[in-house]
Ligand binder design. Structure first.
Ligand code: NAP
Length: 265
């Protein structure tokens, strides 16, 4: 299927590894030009080289920056050779807040989580959505988590911050942007085989004195698909949400979790 987005410009945050890299790969395969952002320059350059090698890839501009800071976002929007603020596609994605016990979290912990996982995506939406609307096409996708629908006790910072973003998106996606060709959706990963998840499982294994393979197996047993997802699968869903064909999908929270979430809505 031709997704109709060849030659468009995408800003892909958190793009050097994991889910963000999966999304960048899908953009490259569609011939979309992209500015990719992550904090660690070396890993980002490696990712950029891999993306450029994908047949039919568009331009790939790497910006080593922290998208949770105003300076980092400004650097991405000012990338030499990039489109400035004239992006057609935005993937909001960064690391999640740490787990813990809510009794230990001070205001500073909450403000950091809200800044990274709620206010930063909102800032990029604010910076880019009007330009998309003016050009009559825009696709904004925010990586949140299955925990927005099924919160986990020790992920309170994530549950709270991502729910705030979800509420904001639910409103703005249904405002004037909806008649101007701009869609805003959230993509909710379940368990994907990324560095982050593997590190989380390794920590848990150490804490419980269990072998890592046993814990991975236990995790997979709880997923109807019987396995972890791959970043490529996640990227493919993202690419479809960015397509011309997905123009009528807006304001949604789309689970990609191998059937793990047990509810009907
Ligand atoms: P990952 O494998 O650790 O990759 C994260 C990517 O984002 C890296 O490229 C990282 O590079 C970049 N990044 C992190 N913080 C950044 C920042 N402040 N500014 C710019 N780039 C940043 O993580 P992942 O598993 O793909 O997870 C991505 C998001 O999905 C996270 O918010 C995570 O909580 C959420 N999620 C993941 C899963 C899962 O199963 N994997 C499940 C639910 C939710 P640098 O570190 O060099 O910046």
């Amino acid at each position: 299927m031709d997704l109709g987005i060849t030659g468009k410009w995408a800003l892909i945050c958190g793009a050097s590894k994991g889910l963000g890299f999966g999304c960048a790969q899908a953009m490259a395969a569609e011939g979309v030009n992209q500015v990719i952002v992550a904090r660690t320059a070396g890993a980002l350059e490696q990712a950029a080289a891999q993306l450029r090698a994908i047949p039919g890839a568009g331009q790939v501009i790497a910006v080593a920056a922290d998208v949770t800071t105003a300076e980092g976002r400004a650097a991405a929007l000012a990338a030499p050779g990039g489109p400035g603020r004239a992006f057609d596609i935005l993937l909001n994605n960064a690391g999640g807040p740490p787990p813990g016990d809510y009794r230990d979290w001070q205001d500073a912990d909450w403000l950091a989580a809200l800044g990274a996982n709620m206010l930063s995506p909102i800032a990029l939406i604010r910076d880019l959505a009007d330009g998309m609307a003016g050009r009559g096409f825009g696709r904004i996708v925010n990586v949140t988590s299955v925990t927005v629908k099924a919160p986990i006790a020790n992920l309170g910072l994530s549950n709270g911050a991502r729910s705030g973003l979800t509420g904001f998106v639910a409103g703005i996606a249904r405002g004037p942007l909806a008649r101007q060709g701009v869609t805003i959706n959230n993509l909710l990963p379940g368990a994907f085989a990324t560095d982050r998840l593997i590190a989380t499982i390794a920590n848990e294994a150490e804490g419980k004195g269990l072998a890592m393979p046993d814990l991975v197996e236990r995790r997979q047993d709880g997923i109807p698909a019987g396995r972890l997802g791959t970043p490529e699968e996640f990227g493919a869903v993202f690419a479809f949400l960015c397509s011309r064909q997905a123009a009528y999908i807006n304001g949604q929270n789309i689970l990609c979790d191998g059937g793990a979430y047990p509810g009907t809505h």
